[in-house]
Design a protein around this ligand. Structure first.
Ligand code: ADP
Ligand code: AMP
Length: 212
C-alpha cells in the first residue's frame, strides 16, 4: 500500500485540484472542508453548529473535526489524501494517535507565495454536480457556467467563504499555524515540499515523483 498523503497548504494553494488528479493513482480523497460543507448542506446539528464559524473563516474546534474525519475514512483499506487536516500541531498529533497510528505517511507541503492566493480563491468556482474545480481568471469552463467535465448547465458555484475579506482571515490563520506543523513533520522526516506556484500539470508531475 502507498503511504497516506497529508497535503499541507494554504487556502487556494491547489490541494483539492491535485487530490482530484491523484484519485487516478489509487488514492482516496478526504477533505474536512468538504465534509463540513456537506453537514451544512444537510442542515444537520453539526452543520448548524459550524456554519457561522466557516462563513467567518475561523477554524472549527479540533475534536469536532477529528470525530468527523474518523467517521469518514477507513485507513486500513486504501491510501488516503488528507486535504485540510491537520490545521495545527494538535490536530497532527490526533491524526497520528487516533487514526494513522503506525501507518506509513508522507506530508507534502504546497509552498507558495501567499500574496497571490486571494486572487486565486475569489475566482474559484466548483461544479455542484461533480466537484470539478475551475478558476474564472485562469481556468474558465469552455461554455459559460457549464461544467466541462459532467456537462451540467448552471452548476458552477462560488463558496460563501471565498470572498476577499474571509479569505484574508483564512490566510492569516494559516500563517499563524503553518510553521509548527511543518516542524512537526520535519522532525519525523516525513516532509517533502513542492512549489505550488507552478502550473497544475507541473505540480502534478512533482507529486507523482514524490509518491513513486
Ligand atoms: P485548495 O484546495 O488548496 O483550497 P484549489 O485546488 O481549490 O485549492 O484551488 C484554488 C483555485 O486555484 C482554483 O480556482 C483552482 O482552479 C486554482 N488553481 C489550483 N492549482 C493551480 C495552479 N497550479 N496554478 C494556478 N491556479 C491553480
Ligand atoms: P477548506 O475547505 O479546507 O478551505 O476549509 C473550509 C473551512 O472549513 C475552514 O475555513 C474551516 O472553517 C473549516 N475547516 C476545514 N478543515 C478544518 C480543520 N481541520 N480544522 C478546523 N476547521 C476546519
Amino acid at each position: 500500500m502507498k503511504p497516506h498523503l497529508i497535503i499541507l497548504g494554504a487556502p487556494g494553494s491547489g490541494k483539492g485540484t491535485q487530490a482530484a488528479k491523484l484519485i487516478s493513482k489509487g488514492f482516496k480523497h478526504v477533505s474536512t472542508g468538504d465534509l463540513l460543507r456537506s453537514e451544512i448542506a444537510k442542515n444537520s446539528e453539526l452543520g448548524q453548529k459550524v456554519s457561522g464559524i466557516i462563513s467567518r473563516g475561523d477554524l472549527v474546534d479540533d475534536k469536532t473535526v477529528m470525530a468527523l474525519l474518523k467517521a469518514n475514512c477507513d485507513v486500513d483499506k486504501v491510501s488516503y489524501i488528507f486535504d485540510g487536516f491537520p490545521r495545527n500541531v494538535y490536530q497532527a498529533e490526533m491524526l497520528e494517535a487516533e487514526l494513522l497510528k503506525d501507518k506509513k505517511t508522507l506530508a507534502v507541503y504546497f509552498n507558495i507565495d501567499l500574496s497571490i492566493l486571494v486572487n486565486r480563491v475569489v475566482n474559484r468556482r466548483t461544479c455542484g454536480t461533480c466537484g470539478e474545480i475551475y478558476n474564472l481568471a485562469t481556468k474558465a469552463p469552455r461554455v459559460l457556467d457549464t461544467c466541462d467535465k459532467c456537462g451540467t448547465v448552471g452548476s458552477l458555484k462560488q463558496r460563501k467563504d471565498d470572498t476577499e475579506e474571509v479569505v484574508s482571515n483564512r490566510l492569516k490563520i494559516f500563517k499563524e499555524t503553518v510553521e509548527p506543523m511543518l516542524s512537526f513533520y520535519k522532525s519525523r522526516r516525513e516532509l517533502v515540499e513542492i512549489d505550488a506556484s507552478m502550473p497544475e500539470e507541473v505540480v502534478f508531475d512533482a507529486l507523482e515523483k514524490v509518491i513513486s
